[in-house]
Design a protein around this ligand. Structure first.
Ligand code: FAD
Ligand code: FES
Length: 290
């Protein structure tokens, strides 16, 4: 199934654009048609309206949706790190300025059927996990029925959810309050020891798995490729299912350009290139040729 078939394209107003950590911003965009259908793990492509530089859109995961007083999803939040041309310019945008968006794109997370969900993030890889954690805990529903006929996702009963979040240093920690307010057990690791565990986020995952008394924990993971590969190995050794969200650079986001391919193993052990924009970005970690 190619999820780009459900996408819509819109020019939308920025409602808010604020720094939430070092070089990291949260932008709120009025895009009801996307907000009502997008589910955790899906993404949008974004361009700066009326600006041809950069010409191509950039991919950003759903951070969360925003509801009006009647409970209708009317806007989306994206959390982005200033990296290059697009994000440096976006950081200067003010409420009332516009962006071009297309989405929702990608497959999104499978609704985790487990009593213990372990989310593992490195750097800006934490962005898909607020919405997933809230959905899993039954605090929010995403992907409401719409005129486009996309189904509503089920809400899991209340369970345990932990976010193991690795950052370079304390000042890059983004969204801490929101994760904690949602009831997510947040465990932080930092490269320089300025916050949380001094070391790798994979150490936190290994401890969480060791402590777990669940018979069927599940892991979801997003971050730098080396970290995702390490997480995939830990999960394989522990026989724990793991979904990874690949952040391969993307040019079109809708399956046309093949700039986003990853090597994915087939059932017979061979591998083939898969477009992460339409067949991902979520894949079973065990199927990835790292
Ligand atoms: C499905 C998906 C979801 C994403 N979600 C988010 C998000 O929620 N928040 C966020 O901040 N970013 C996210 N990204 C990454 C974001 O799209 C890129 O960082 C984007 O290139 C930034 O645009 P830019 O013009 O500022 O930087 P660019 O000028 O495009 O690039 C700056 C530098 O980053 C490198 N780069 C570009 N894309 C990637 C990539 N995907 N992985 C590793 N290096 C890259 C370039 O080679 C260059 O060195 C996501 C990417 C994907 C594919
Ligand atoms: S980004 Fe163009 S095919 Fe995936």
């Amino acid at each position: 199934m190619h999820f780009a078939h459900h996408a819509t394209s819109t020019t939308a107003d920025i409602l808010e654009n604020m720094p939430i950590a070092r070089s990291i911003y949260r932008v709120r965009i009025a895009a009801p048609a996307i907000a009502q259908r997008i589910v955790p793990g899906q993404f949008v492509m974004l361009r700066l309206s009326g600006c041809d530089d950069p010409l191509l859109g950039r991919a950003f995961a759903l951070y969360d949706t925003v509801e009006d007083s009647e409970g209708h999803a009317v806007a989306i939040d994206i959390v982005y790190q200033v990296m290059g041309k697009m994000t440096s310019r976006l950081a200067l945008y003010q409420p009332g300025q516009q962006v071009d968006l297309w989405g929702p794109l990608g497959n999104g997370f499978k609704v985790p059927d487990t009593d213990q969900l372990l989310m593992v993030a490195g750097g800006i890889g934490q962005t898909p996990f607020l919405a997933l954690g809230k959905e899993y805990l039954g605090l929010c529903t995403y992907g409401q029925p719409s005129t486009y006929g996309q189904p509503t996702r089920g809400v899991s009963p209340k369970r345990n959810v932990t976010l193991c979040y690795g950052v370079r240093s304390a000042d890059y920690l983004a969204g801490e309050k929101e994760f904690r307010a949602a009831g997510i057990d947040l465990r932080v690791a930092s490269d320089d020891g300025s916050v949380g565990h001094h070391g790798y986020v994979t150490d936190l995952l290994a401890s969480a798995l060791e402590e777990s008394d669940s018979e069927r924990p599940q892991v979801v993971c997003c971050g730098p490729e080396a970290m995702m590969e390490a997480v995939a190995k830990i999960c394989e050794q522990a026989s724990v299912p793991c979904q990874v969200s690949l952040e391969t650079p993307m040019a079109c986001g809708i399956g046309i350009c093949f700039s986003c391919v990853a090597k994915v193993r087939e059932a017979d052990g061979s591998w083939d290139y898969r477009r992460t924009c339409v067949e991902g970005p979520l894949f079973d970690a065990a199927s990835i040729e790292w």
